[in-house]
Design a protein around this ligand. Structure first.
Ligand SMILES: [Zn+2]
Ligand SMILES: [Zn+2]
Length: 103
């Protein structure tokens, strides 16, 4: 099963197309932009408490049969925070001082 490649930052709603170098994901594929991960979230996912890694870019070109962005289309379902900004800030403050590998 392929990554969903969600279309936007869950925090600021910025577009994050499949070839964006600014997309960051947690292990559950919660998707945010670099700016929000660094300045708003402190590398704490609001949904699971985990850290983020750069989202790999799915190739536009079909280098191998059946695998490219046209064959496994990105998700078109925009995702938005399900917690208030205050709640997200408190959650981040609780967790951000613990390194992701110790959470
Ligand atoms: Zn953002
Ligand atoms: Zn998460």
């Amino acid at each position: 099963m392929a990554l969903q490649l969600r279309p936007n930052c869950e925090y600021c709603d910025k577009d994050l197309p499949p070839n964006s170098t600014e997309a960051r994901i947690c292990s559950y594929e919660c998707t945010f932009c670099t700016d929000c991960v660094e300045s708003e979230l402190g590398n704490v996912c609001p949904n699971c408490g985990g850290g983020f890694a750069p989202r790999p870019i799915r190739p536009a070109r079909e280098w191998r049969p059946g695998v490219c962005v046209a064959k496994q289309m990105p998700s078109d379902k925009r995702v938005h925070l399900k917690y208030s900004l205050d709640d997200v800030a408190a959650h981040s403050a609780r967790v951000r001082h613990i390194p992701p590998e110790e959470r």
